[in-house]
Ligand binder design. Structure first.
Ligand code: ZN
Length: 82
């Protein structure tokens, strides 16, 4: 469910500035506790996964499939020599 809050303008991804976890709002689960993040004002909008990973966010295990997105992650790690 896309969000329109203080920081969000309908972007696909939401990062938690406190935990550095990244959520996919199209697949978000109850365990993601998005409401808590938004209520704390910790939501950071991202349009692309690559952008969020480059900011150091990690994929939420509940809503972001780590296997399907592994190629993106590998690209990111290679590009940054990590
Ligand atoms: Zn999540």
């Amino acid at each position: 469910m896309r969000l329109y809050t203080t920081h969000m303008r309908g972007e696909k991804y939401l990062g938690n500035s406190e935990s550095k976890e990244l959520h996919d709002l199209d697949k978000v689960k109850q365990q993601c506790n998005i409401d808590n993040i938004v209520n704390s004002g910790n939501e950071i909008p991202f349009s692309t996964l690559k952008e969020a990973l480059s900011e150091g966010f990690i994929q939420c295990s509940h809503c972001l499939n780590q296997i399907n997105d592994q190629s993106l992650k590998t690209d990111y790690l290679l590009n940054n020599n990590l």
